[in-house]
Every structure is written in structure tokens, then in C-alpha cells.
Design a protein around this ligand. Structure first.
Ligand SMILES: Cc1cc2nc3c(=O)[nH]c(=O)nc-3n(C[C@H](O)[C@H](O)[C@H](O)COP(=O)(O)O)c2cc1C
Length: 380
């Protein structure tokens, strides 16, 4: 996977680098779910650094590329899982040196860009590199049993972002907890591709969920993170497990309060954060992780994007809908939580509820030639 930052920057400016990295996480999730539906496997090839990856992809050819494309991630997809010998797990370029011949020039997307965002280039350079070994301790939860809530293809192809929510809908407790359960590290899609300790921990702003007081909640995705978050956040937070929470879920109530206005405000005043059933912030372990290896700045965003993708599909599976939120005020969030250091940093937000469909917008299947129209319907 590679990113062309300009494709986000023309619209989002400096935020483009982060959005591209979040999109890498979403794309990784999409690949993992789709591969799973076909009986294929997906694995990350971790021991390749950014420069080597750019060479493999041919995007380091400065004459043919204007330097706008960034190598992100190498993924192995096996159509017969387990059949590839370890020695063959690298593309030929990496194994035999650069014998490939490249052809073609990347087109110049915008020869006269109206704005330039030099920080994108800077952060891209500063975060080149690779992972350094796997963390030793990963708490893995037991596999989750499938439910018969729908065909994977229907859920995947039906996924869209909600644009507005029904501000009165009360979400069932079972749906809510199943969604959170889908964010735990376990040998199921999409988490079986993520062989790293979880670093990103949702802080939830619950508005309307059956059996839960409206308020602020936390889902630290590993035990040590719960202690660290507790030490860093406001001293008057409760840290109590709600009565109806499944015992295995590390889910804590921090504060009972109506947080609809605050959620909307801190998400760039977007109504989707206050009208939903709940919104969340993905608080990441940050400063120590990124200082030790700046490349992890990318990797943390991939993890957040992966969480976002799991949430999109979990919401669809429950007959609800989600929207990723990249526009938010991180300082305001940190202040609400009492965070005064950069030990934790919010990287991505999300919101889920019952969508209101805008009838003025027509939706056609993305790939009509590859899908069969339902009985009685025809597509143009
Ligand atoms: C990283 C990311 C950030 C996003 N930020 C916002 C946002 O702040 N507000 C919003 O309304 N939608 C946001 N979205 C939703 C996108 O607008 C939406 O995914 C895109 O228009 C494609 O539509 P689809 O998700 O229905 O396929 C975001 C999506 C992603 C992946």
C-alpha cells in the first residue's frame, strides 16, 4: 500500500498525512475481511523498511515520480493459506535485488497547486523506517463465535458513512457490547493481522444505549493501559464496570453526564457526534512509543483506522451505521479528560447510531457488473 498525499491535501490540508495513514488502516481491514470471505489469509510483512518498500514498488524512481507517493505497508495475501514457504514470503525485488524493469511516469496531479503543505513532506520523512521486533506480551482474547446476522458480502457492500442520525434512537445493550467486543485483540478478522500489542484505546461518549447512564466510558484494550490511563486522567473519574457489562470486557464508566453537546463541540461542531447513540475518541499511547521509533506514528494511525473499519462493519451488522471523524479538537478532548501530557494522544474519532437516509441521494451498487441485482430490481 502506498499513499498519494495530495489526493487528501487538496481538501484537508495538513491533516492529509494523518488521513492517509488512517485510510491505510481502513484498507488493511477491508482487505482482511474480504480475504476472509474468500477463504484467503492476510499477513503483514513487518521487516521491510520504507525505503526498501519504495524500491519494491518502483515509486522511488525520482525521474518518473514527482516524489509524491509514499510507501506504507507490505501485505501478503495467500489464496491457499499456509502454502507459502517462509523464504518465498518476500517479493522478487527484495530477494534477488532490483532486476525488475519499470516503465511509465506518474502523472503530475496538480502542476500548480494553490496551497503547499510542507509539513506533510516533513512528517513523511520523519516517520520513514520500520517496526523493530514484536512486543513480547500480547493479551489475546478467545476467538469469537459468528452470529447469523447477515452475509459478509451484504454487510461489506452495504457499508456507507452515516450523514445524519436519528437523535432519539436507543441502541440495544447487546448490540453495543458486541461492537465493543469486536475491538478486542483475538484470532478473528481483522485482529489476526495485527500482531502488535494494542496501543489505541477508545474513550466513549455514550448518549443513548439501553441500560447505560449517559456519560464518558473507557475501553482500555490491555490491562497496563487501564492503569496508565487512570494515572493520567482526571482523579475524580469513577473507573467502575457497569452492571450489565460482560465480565470479560475491560469497560469502565468514568463519569455520568449528558455529553451530547460536548461531543458535538469537540468534533468540530459536527451534529453526527451528538445525535448518534455514542461517539468515541481513539486515545493512543503516544509520546514514549513515537519517541522510541518515529515510524510508529504511522503504525498507530493504521491501528486506529483498523478499529474504525471494524466499527463500520460491526455497526452495519447490527442494522446501525457509523461515520469516521477525522475533524476534531484534540486539545479540547484532552482537557475534558484531564490529560496534561502527550503520553496519550487522540488519533481518530468515530460515531455510531441509527442513520437517517437522505432521500435526495441515490445509491447505486459500486460494482454492478460484478453483482447480481436482487429479484425484482434492475440496475442501469
Ligand atoms: C479517516 C476518515 C475521516 C473522516 N472524517 C469525517 C468527518 O470528520 N466528518 C464526516 O462527516 N465524515 C468523515 N468521514 C467519512 C467520509 O466522508 C466518508 O467515508 C467518505 O465520504 C466516503 O463515503 P462512505 O464511507 O459512505 O463510503 C471520514 C472518513 C475517514 C475514513
Amino acid at each position: 500500500m502506498s499513499s498519494v498525499h495530495w489526493r487528501e491535501a487538496w481538501k484537508y490540508g495538513e491533516r492529509a498525512f494523518r488521513y492517509c495513514q488512517l485510510d491505510v488502516g481502513h484498507a488493511l481491514g477491508a482487505l482482511r475481511y474480504a480475504a476472509g470471505a474468500l477463504g484467503w489469509s492476510v499477513a503483514l510483512i513487518e521487516d521491510v523498511d520504507s525505503a526498501e518498500l519504495a524500491t519494491m514498488m518502483g515509486i522511488d524512481r525520482s525521474g518518473d515520480f514527482s516524489g509524491n507517493e509514499d510507501a506504507d505497508l507490505l501485505i501478503e495475501i495467500e489464496t491457499a493459506p499456509g502454502s507459502t514457504p517462509p523464504a518465498a514470503r518476500r517479493p522478487p525485488v527484495a530477494r534477488h535485488g532490483n532486476e525488475s524493469r519499470w516503465a511509465g511516469q506518474a502523472n503530475l496531479l496538480d502542476p500548480h497547486p494553490f496551497y503547499r503543505w510542507p509539513v506533510i513532506e516533513q512528517v513523511s520523512r520523519a516517520t520513514q523506517g520500520r517496526g523493530t521486533g514484536l512486543p513480547s506480551e500480547i493479551q489475546i482474547h478467545p476467538p469469537r463465535h459468528p452470529t447469523d446476522q447477515g452475509r459478509a458480502a451484504d454487510i461489506i457492500l452495504g457499508r456507507r458513512s452515516a450523514q445524519r442520525f436519528d437523535g432519539r434512537h436507543l441502541m440495544g445493550a447487546d448490540s453495543f457490547y458486541r461492537m465493543l467486543d469486536g475491538l478486542l485483540n483475538r484470532p478473528n478478522a481483522p485482529w489476526d493481522v495485527w500482531r502488535f500489542a494494542p496501543r489505541v484505546h477508545p474513550i466513549l461518549f455514550v448518549h443513548r444505549v439501553e441500560g447505560l447512564d449517559p456519560g464518558v466510558y473507557a475501553l482500555p484494550r490491555h490491562a497496563a493501559a487501564a492503569d496508565a490511563l487512570r494515572a493520567q486522567m482526571r482523579g475524580d473519574f469513577e473507573w467502575q464496570s457497569p452492571d450489565n457489562a460482560p465480565a470479560h470486557l475491560p469497560f469502565y464508566r468514568l463519569l455520568c453526564t449528558d455529553c451530547r453537546v460536548i461531543a458535538q463541540t469537540m468534533n468540530c461542531h459536527q451534529a453526527i457526534a451528538g445525535d448518534s447513540c455514542f461517539a468515541l475518541s481513539m486515545l493512543s499511547e503516544f509520546e514514549p512509543v513515537v519517541s522510541a521509533n518515529p515510524w510508529r506514528y504511522r503504525q498507530l494511525h493504521w491501528e486506529a483506522g483498523l478499529i474504525g473499519h471494524a466499527l463500520y462493519l460491526e455497526a452495519e451488522a447490527q442494522g446501525l451505521r457509523g461515520t469516521g471523524i477525522g475533524c476534531y479538537f484534540d486539545d479540547a478532548l484532552h482537557e475534558v479528560l484531564g490529560l496534561t501530557t502527550t503520553r496519550f494522544q487522540s488519533l481518530y474519532h468515530f460515531t455510531i447510531g441509527r442513520p437517517l437516509i437522505d432521500d435526495r441521494i441515490s445509491t447505486w451498487p459500486a460494482y454492478p457488473d460484478r453483482q447480481v441485482a436482487p429479484p425484482g430490481e434492475s440496475w442501469p
